[in-house]
Write a protein that binds this ligand. Structure first.
Ligand SMILES: [Zn+2]
Length: 281
């Protein structure tokens, strides 16, 4: 019997992602700043972003960032009747896909999201209709923690912290100092640092230097993959799609992603379509 742990592309043990909401004009400065550091962000937009289509293309999409659904009219899923919730998500998805000519399956819950419920809606209802609408993950909020774990439920993806969390720099220090491959046995699981917020908060709070401070502390690490929310989702799903023989010595990759994994301390790569033989361990 062996321990199997996901490794991110290149065999990296950690990943960092950002998620910023509402499509305000400060997203331009935000995107320009984090692009310098090589960080990747998912910008969650309504059907009425304050940036032009050209600005979103130039500052966000062309720089390797991503856009995702945030409700056409920014309505909390938990407090709307299901039909209204469905309409708000579908309208937003249709608008973004048509305007930016791409498939968009990611989302961040607007307003109070799934933190409270009423009007006949439950989490199970919301999760079901998001799945039916082709939304594969959605970010929630208000559960800041320093566990750095990958989500167990993609439709309730809890971030690590809001950038205004007073402990954010401590969390980052703890994260970057983790030696995961050097840890014992079951402690070798991968870690994710997920930061969220609104770029207008840096403008309103007059603390854009905090963004630089965060970016400087968390960027440029050899053991870390910097990726958008959807890139992380797609990669983790590819890892979960690996096929194992019963004795765990053969691993087949039926996906179009090269997948890395750590088996009892040894890192392996399984290329698309390939079957590897696990010899060590
Ligand atoms: Zn919002």
């Amino acid at each position: 019997m062996r321990y199997f742990f996901l490794r991110f592309p290149g065999g990296k043990t950690k990943a960092v992602t950002l998620s910023y909401d509402d499509g305000c004009r400060d997203d331009i400065r935000m995107a320009d700043t984090i692009s310098k550091y090589g960080l990747k962000c998912t910008f969650n937009l309504t059907a009425n972003p304050a940036m032009t289509k050209e600005e979103i293309q130039e500052h966000i999409l062309d720089k390797g960032h991503e856009i995702a659904v945030h409700g056409a009219q920014h309505r909390a899923e938990g407090l709307q009747r299901p039909a209204a919730g469905i309409k708000d998500v579908l309208d937003c998805r249709l608008y973004l896909e048509k305007t930016f000519d791409r498939i968009i399956r990611g989302m961040a819950y607007p307003d109070s999201g799934i933190t409270r419920f009423g009007n006949g809606t439950s989490y199970e209802t919301v999760k079901q209709y998001l799945s039916d609408l082709g939304i594969v993950y959605s970010r929630t909020l208000a559960g800041d923690n320093n566990k750095f774990e990958l989500p167990t439920d993609w439709h309730a993806w809890m971030p690590t912290a809001h950038h205004k969390n007073p402990q954010i720099m401590e969390y980052i220090k703890e994260f970057v100092e983790l030696d995961i491959d050097g840890s014992y046995g079951a402690r070798r699981y991968p870690r994710l640092f997920y930061i969220w917020g609104h770029s207008f908060e840096f403008e309103r709070d007059e603390n854009w230097e905090l963004l630089d401070e965060i970016a400087e502390a968390i960027s440029g690490k050899e053991d870390t993959w910097y990726a958008t929310n959807m890139e992380i989702y797609a990669y983790v799903e590819a890892y979960h799609a690996l096929v194992f023989s019963a004795d765990e010595t053969k691993i087949y990759n039926p996906t179009l992603h090269a997948v890395w994994l750590n088996i009892d301390g040894v890192t392996y790569t399984v290329k698309p379509g390939e079957t590897i033989i696990v010899t060590e361990g």
